[in-house]
Write a protein that binds this ligand. Structure first.
Ligand code: SAM
Ligand code: SF4
Length: 426
């Protein structure tokens, strides 16, 4: 989401006459987008700020950390010239030009109207790639007890479907072939809009769009992933065989404390349904270890869920208390070294599963959407299979944007290596 919003702000600034440069040294303006979902990215933002050499440059901070600290950031760090909250990204050029005129440092972190806060997404991307993100909504209403998102991003707001479809039309006319719809709880798209499309009907509509070869969406919340959407995985030919479905914990007791709104069994049930409809579907998820009060038994439930589902990829995090959240005040916070031990145990288990599942791909022929030159030696391109696995293979850069068949020869921890099948370009 932050990548998409940074791209939008960059495009907006370009339209106002600014130019992107390739290094900090060359820049007149340094604009830092920030994330505060966990302690680590927040610390990263502050340490980046601490390292920048800013004499003669204008420095702005935007995003969730900016929203959280507001004017305090200006007091703490004299080098920051302006702070812009999560709902005012469209105002960056205006705030920048005010600052350039009167040199008054400013923090703008007000929540604005839905229409205004969503207006940033109308900005067309300057250089869209073969695969592009399209934000369909902002904010979140769920208030999971560990999560800062609803506080720093506000309530759910969906974009009008007309705008989303227009954006997709513009992207495909510039060569984009894969669309990844974004939202914190993307299955709830449209519920705040009367007389507009539901998420399922939006997916159906995008599926019929001529230029779209592949469609994905992220992030699905298990409590909002209903049968209608699950069935679409068996119906829509552009909908790729991959889903990101965070479970956060394998213990129903902890899920309840987290306020997630589903049980372990209900989660497993959704996975079973998805696999029934689309047996090859790749499943990825997020999980938190060391939530307050998590016992060894709860942790074992998480491990057993991982063994049962055998995720293709798993993003695992150590719980960190976040300001304003309920869980930060819960008793029985878990000591750091114990959280780390659990995280390592979990990651050791998952890396074996990820590697084994990648090994299972060797010998298969996969449909790969060619994206860009890979980090492999010259002459290699990278692309993604429908299950979202990254594949490297020898190919001409002119194939970017095409789907090709690749026979998998070797598997690594995070990617596959293959050879393009002759005569199968389509
Ligand atoms: N909306 C998505 C959902 O509910 O599944 C997740 C969005 S959240 C921005 C990304 C991930 O960060 C979460 O799935 C969770 O695993 C992790 N996360 C959020 N708050 C956290 C915290 N306080 N400590 C550790 N991890 C956290
Ligand atoms: Fe955070 Fe829960 Fe909303 Fe996801 S659903 S953004 S974890 S509050």
């Amino acid at each position: 989401m932050n990548v998409n919003e940074s791209q939008k702000v960059a495009a907006l600034l370009k339209r106002h006459g600014l130019q992107e440069v390739s290094s900090q040294e060359e820049a007149d303006l340094i604009l830092i987008n920030t994330c505060s979902v966990r302690e680590k990215p927040e610390k990263k933002a502050f340490s980046f700020l601490g390292r920048i050499k800013s004499p003669g440059k204008v420095v702005g901070v935007m995003g969730c950390v900016a929203q959280q600290y507001g004017g305090e950031m200006l007091k703490k760090d004299r080098r920051i010239d302006f702070v812009i909250g999560t709902q005012a990204l469209h105002r960056v050029p205006e705030i920048l030009s005010h600052f350039l005129q009167d040199h008054q440092r400013i923090a703008f972190t007000e929540f604005v109207s839905d229409k205004e806060s969503l207006s940033i997404f109308r900005e067309p991307l300057a250089t869209p790639g073969v695969s592009a993100y399209v934000s369909v909504m902002q904010g979140c209403n769920r208030f999971c007890t560990y999560c800062i998102v609803p506080f720093v991003r506000g309530r759910e707001r969906s974009r009008p479907s007309v705008e989303i479809l227009e954006e997709i039309k513009a992207l495909t006319s510039h060569g984009t072939r894969e669309i990844i719809l974004l939202g914190q709880n993307v299955n709830r798209y449209g519920l705040d809009r009367k007389n507009d499309l539901t998420f399922a009907s939006l997916l159906r509509k995008i599926n019929t769009h001529k230029g779209v070869r592949r469609l994905r969406f992220v992030t699905s919340h298990p409590a909002s992933l209903g049968d209608e959407i699950i069935h679409l995985f068996g119906e829509l030919d552009t909908l790729c065989e991959s889903i990101h479905l965070p479970f956060q914990s394998g213990s129903t007791r902890i899920l309840k404390l987290m306020g997630r709104g589903y049980t372990r069994e209900e989660y497993l049930d959704k996975i079973e349904k998805l696999r029934k409809i689309r047996p090859e579907i790749a499943i990825s998820a997020d999980v938190i270890v060391g939530f307050p009060g998590e016992t060894e038994r709860d942790f074992e439930d998480t491990l057993s869920l991982i063994e049962r589902v055998r995720f293709d990829t798993l993003f695992s995090f150590r719980y960190t208390p976040r300001p304003m959240t309920r869980a930060a005040a819960f008793p029985s916070q878990i000591p750091e070294d114990e959280k780390l031990r659990r995280l390592r145990t979990l990651q050791t288990l998952q890396s074996k599963i990820t590697y084994a599942k990648n090994q299972d791909q060797v010998g298969k022929i996969k449909d790969v959407l060619v994206e860009k030159p890979s980090r492999y030696p010259e002459g290699f391109m990278m692309g993604r299979a429908k299950d979202n696995r990254i594949v490297h293979f020898k190919a001409s850069p002119t194939l970017a944007g095409q789907e090709v068949k690749v026979r998998i020869k070797q598997a690594f921890q995070n990617s596959l290596l293959g050879e393009m099948e002759e005569g199968h370009v389509h």
